[in-house]
Design a protein around this ligand. Structure first.
Ligand SMILES: [Zn+2]
Length: 339
């Protein structure tokens, strides 16, 4: 990406192992993320550009001398953040705060919308998939690199549990995965706030019990009507805008919790006063998806959850610029890049 709206396919120097803890992964599947749309809308022009992409599955092509847990030929999931797996925060399950960690698709570490990617701290970062994989499961396995883990994180931060009432703000891929996560954790009522017919239809298939397509005060009113006037126990905020955060706090019942995973586009946190007066917990942040893969993987392998259904368009690497356009124009929920 060279600037807002300017995505090109370029030939760059081959990714390779540099540090002894690196692995080189040949990408077989990558994605375009909703969060990639923020720079797509706002990035200042750059002469050198940025190799985008932070979600991938691929095959290990080479490993550095210190890599112990994988070998050439293994198929791996690449979470959107790299992490050592050994520091105090990794041990606490918060890999996105790893003291040696960072993010793919940044100025420092090239991303995975590419033929190959250099993965720092490979032992701590990559998750080696069990053998005998079914190709049909690949889309769902790919979501473990970000959106399914992120939806799950929103649900955990919002304290979703058996019998709880839940609202999901946002009908993008993360919101839809949030519905899956809420149902998986035993929520009784799941209200999706969204306006796109195809997306809310999928949300219903994933377990949403109610749809609220209004916005702002009307949406708050509608959620109250659906919940005996109190609001919900748990809100998953999957957008990151001031209005969505305000709505999220406003539909939480007193003592409830908001789990936010939409990248906030404001420096100040909206809805401070209603959160205070209603004792609403506001939590969340970049999801430590590496920590969640082990927990979510059996449900994917055994077909109990199908988060891969959020992909409604599959493209080749050459079509990535059009993939951005399609996601930005809400023509596609989520685009998979298949190499
Ligand atoms: Zn760490």
């Amino acid at each position: 990406m060279f600037g807002a709206g300017d995505v090109r396919i370029e030939t760059v120097a081959d990714a390779r192992v540099i540090e002894p803890t690196d692995a080189l992964v040949a990408v077989t599947r990558a994605c375009i993320c909703g969060s990639d749309l923020w720079p797509y809308k706002t990035m200042e022009h750059s002469e050198t550009g940025r190799v985008m992409g932070h979600e991938a599955i691929g095959g290990v092509e080479a490993v550095g001398a210190d890599v112990r847990t994988m070998k050439v030929g293994d198929v791996v999931v690449m979470p959107f953040a790299y992490s050592d797996g050994t520091c105090v925060f990794c041990h606490e399950g918060l890999h996105t705060s790893c003291v040696h960690g960072g993010f793919f698709g940044t100025e420092e570490v090239a991303g995975a919308q590419a033929e190959a990617v250099r993965v720092p701290l490979a032992d701590g970062t990559l998750f080696v998939l069990p053998g005998g994989r079914d190709d049909a499961l690949m889309p769902s396995l790919l979501t473990l690199s970000d959106v399914m883990g992120t939806g799950h994180h929103a649900a955990v931060a919002a304290k979703v549990g058996p019998g709880k009432t839940v609202a999901v703000v946002g009908d993008g891929a993360v919101g839809l995965c949030g519905v899956i996560a809420a149902r998986r954790l035993g929520a009784e009522q799941i209200i999706i706030l969204g306006r796109h017919a195809d997306r809310v239809a999928l949300a219903r298939e994933f377990g949403a019990t109610d749809v609220v397509s209004e916005r702002g005060d009307e949406a708050v009113e509608r959620v109250r009507e659906l919940t005996g006037s109190f609001g919900v126990h748990s809100v998953l905020e999957c957008v990151g805008l001031e209005q969505s955060m305000l709505t999220a706090v406003s539909i939480a019942r007193p003592g409830g919790a908001v789990g936010r995973v939409g990248v906030p586009q404001n420096e100040m946190m909206p809805a401070s006063q209603p959160a205070f007066y209603n004792n609403v917990t506001v939590s969340g942040g970049p999801a430590p998806v590496r920590a969640y893969i082990e927990e979510l993987l059996p449900d994917v392998l055994e077909g109990r959850i199908e988060p891969g259904r959020v992909f409604d368009r599959v493209i080749g690497l050459d079509e990535v610029p059009d993939g951005y356009r399609a996601m930005n124009e809400r023509e596609a929920i989520k685009v998979m890049v298949k190499l």
